[in-house]
Design a protein around this ligand. Structure first.
Ligand code: PXP
Length: 265
């Protein structure tokens, strides 16, 4: 049981994904704001992708204007996007890598290879008093660099952990990546899962030791979240797909509430 309040950011992009399937105004992601706030969410997370495949600039503007919760805006480090984010002024910008062809954010930022570009983005965002988080793989050298760059937060990518967890605990593959592990024995999967988990624990502790605030996210769901909740140096989770998927059957209020209960177990 956690003694602090592990914060829950609900990523509502998938509501806009459904809207875009028909290119109409329904469902409107803005309708989720009050429901999330009333059912234990601590933050609204959205991603303004370069291709605008789900959330649009106008959504971001309206969401920031209407949300009673802080808005965490995920975005690439492309200077055009950063300029837009500076104008929109969310509470926080989470810098993420972005490839047009990917289904979702695959892997963390290349902090070493794109050091100067990230630094430029951070400088601009800081001038506009926007808090900064870097979405990174859970590895020690990337954490050191994130601290050097002057970010306030790191968000640890939990995708590898989630993939192996799904392979170990169910017959359903969580992603294409999981198929690679299909041939592994149960024991090998246990070793892989333990290693993915330990990377997150070590990275969270290391980041905290350097004075960074630590969030985590990607692929977290109602099953695999419990081990992550146990890591007390992580203070926030950002979860989208599993909550919105469950809401189709239970309603968004219950889906958010149930996840928040798990966060504070
Ligand atoms: N955090 C970041 C930085 C992300 O890019 C995403 C996916 O948009 C999430 C969290 C949420 O991931 P999921 O939808 O798999 O819960």
């Amino acid at each position: 049981m956690r003694e602090d309040n592990l914060k829950l950011g609900v990523n509502i992009d998938h509501i806009a994904v459904l809207r875009e399937a028909r290119k109409i105004n329904d469902p409107d992601p803005i309708m989720a704001l009050g429901i999330c706030a009333q059912n234990g969410a601590d933050q609204i997370t959205i991603h303004l992708r370069e291709d605008r495949r789900h959330i649009h600039d106008e959504d971001v503007r309206r969401i920031i204007e209407s949300s009673s919760l802080p808005v965490n805006l995920e975005c690439s480090i492309d200077p055009t996007i950063i300029d837009i984010v500076c104008q929109l002024r969310p509470h926080r910008a989470t810098l993420v890598p972005e490839k047009r062809e990917e289904v979702t954010t695959e892997g963390g930022l290349d902090v070493s290879g794109q050091y100067n570009a990230i630094l430029n983005a951070i400088k601009k965002l800081t001038e506009h008093e926007i808090e900064i988080s870097l979405f990174i793989d859970p590895t020690p050298d990337v954490i050191e660099l994130s601290s050097k760059l002057g970010a306030q937060w790191v968000e640890l990518h939990t995708g590898s952990y989630a993939n192996v967890y799904a392979m170990r605990h169910s017959s359903l593959s969580h992603s294409h990546h999981a198929i690679e592990t299909l041939k592994l024995s149960r024991k090998e999967l246990d070793t892989k899962l333990n290693s993915a988990y330990e990377d997150i624990v070590a990275s969270a502790n290391h980041a905290r030791m350097l004075g960074l605030k630590v969030a985590a996210g990607h692929g977290l769901n109602y099953q695999n979240v419990s081990l992550i909740v146990d890591i007390d140096t992580i203070e926030e989770l950002n979860i989208g797909q599993s909550i919105i998927a469950r809401s189709v059957f239970t309603g968004l209020a219950t889906a958010v509430h149930d996840m928040k209960v798990l966060c504070n177990r």
